[in-house]
Design a protein around this ligand. Structure first.
Ligand code: SF4
Ligand code: SF4
Length: 191
């Protein structure tokens, strides 16, 4: 039986005699690996950061990228109430369906009648896509760049509630200040 021809990829490399001799390329690879290892060790012994493993969660990284999507934060009004109006848009758009919200209603508060009485995120299934942040019409949910203390020993403990989402620091964001007053509806009313 004729052997089935091997698939040839469009970007298949062509090897010269140097690569086909094998030994030279092995030595070249060992040289690159050794150079990287020695460079990182030199940084380590001179107390500078090299390509070193962070022993998470015992160690916390200090150099998260500014755009890193870490832990969620619920922003607050000046009086400490959540900016959230319990519209459920974040829960609806969430691809992992990990946001659960129970809404309360206060007819006496005309500008802000709906509010969350329960707002929970299941971090054991969150994929940190940031869609909830994008969907929010009130700038009520953000993702801070830090990811502190997320690993837990029990999946049940990975449900993070409203109290933690509201009080977890940092509540400051130098790139984009947190809300300082009223809902958009309130701001519109003040103009
Ligand atoms: S980051 Fe993505 S997966 Fe996590 S809660 Fe928000 S929308 Fe859901
Ligand atoms: S966080 Fe934003 S999108 Fe989610 S329920 Fe509250 S106001 Fe709506």
């Amino acid at each position: 039986m004729k052997p089935y021809p091997r698939k040839v990829y469009w970007n298949e490399p062509t090897m010269g005699w140097w690569e086909r001799a094998y030994l030279f390329e092995i030595l070249r690879g060992l040289g690159i690996t050794s150079a990287v290892f020695l460079r990182n060790m030199w940084k380590w012994v001179t107390f500078r950061k090299g390509a070193l493993t962070t022993y998470y969660p015992e160690e916390t990284r200090w150099d998260y990228a500014p755009a890193n999507r870490g832990k969620h934060v619920l922003t607050q009004r000046p009086d400490g109430r959540p900016q959230c109006v319990a519209c459920n848009m974040c829960a609806t758009v969430c691809p992992a369906k990990v946001i659960e919200i129970d809404a309360g209603f206060d007819p006496a508060d005309a500008a802000h009648p709906k509010f969350p009485i329960r707002f929970e995120i299941d971090y054991s299934r969150c994929v940190f896509c940031g869609l909830c942040v994008e969907a929010c019409p009130e700038d009520a949910i953000r993702m801070a760049k830090e990811v502190p203390g997320l690993p837990r020993y029990d999946r049940g403990q990975m449900w993070i509630g409203m109290e933690e989402l509201l009080t977890w620091n940092p509540q400051k964001d130098v790139a984009k200040p947190y809300p300082t007053g009223g809902t958009r509806a309130e701001k519109r009313g003040s103009h």
